[in-house]
Design a protein around this ligand. Structure first.
Ligand code: SF4
Ligand code: SF4
Ligand code: SF4
Length: 184
């Protein structure tokens, strides 16, 4: 039994909308090209101020790696599952493309990968973790918006950030217990 619990803490005030994270994810994870094929996205927050003194700001996001994941609960074939260290993954071989998980996810974090005929989404770059490597989006982001690490290690950077900063989750009212934390 793993005693790790992986999470990402984001400071989206640093985001410059360069979208390097989205490109890095596509390349690392062989995400097909196409408007609706993505594991990660950068949303624009409402513009602040009045013309010409306006301020644009951004909110990058991806699968929230929910601790209480509705996508896993509704999957009839157990293709969607949670690892011992809390990462929600999809076994592409078991996916029958019923799309129940897409409907259940409050974050629109899943897409249909037509190349492999299965649902796909962010994996926290799970294949990299045994090598001690960070997720591609974390590694690539020029201003270092994201910090990845183990919540169960009090000395990890994510644990320290959560102690030092007030944070919030997206759509907490859904009860999904996301493991993406945004610094206020
Ligand atoms: Fe924002 Fe970093 Fe993504 Fe660029 S790479 S869009 S700065 S999160
Ligand atoms: Fe599942 Fe969506 Fe939560 Fe990701 S964000 S674990 S796809 S419910
Ligand atoms: Fe993509 Fe990996 Fe980042 Fe998830 S953790 S958005 S799979 S690069």
């Amino acid at each position: 039994m793993s005693n790790k619990k992986y999470a990402i803490v984001l400071d989206d005030t640093k985001c410059i909308d360069c979208k390097a994270c989205t490109l890095a994810c596509k390349m690392e994870n062989h995400v097909p090209t196409g408007l609706y094929n993505y594991r990660i996205w950068v949303a624009e927050k409402p513009v602040r101020g009045h013309f010409p003194n306006i301020k644009r700001s951004f909110q990058p996001s991806q699968c929230q790696q929910c601790d209480n994941p509705p996508c896993v609960h509704v999957c009839p074939t157990k293709a969607s599952y949670q690892t011992e260290d809390g990462v929600v993954l999809v076994d592409h071989n078991k996916c029958i493309l019923c799309k129940y998980c897409m409907t259940a996810c409050p974050y629109d974090a899943r897409y249909v990968n037509e190349e492999i005929k299965a649902i796909d989404k962010c994996t926290f770059c799970y294949h990299r973790l045994p090598e001690g490597r960070e997720p591609a989006c974390v590694e690539t982001c020029p201003p270092k918006v994201r910090v990845f690490g183990d919540l169960n290690d009090p000395n990890s950077e994510v644990s320290k950030l959560l102690v030092e900063h007030e944070t919030f989750n997206l759509k907490p009212e859904k009860g999904t217990k996301p493991k993406l934390y945004y610094i206020r």
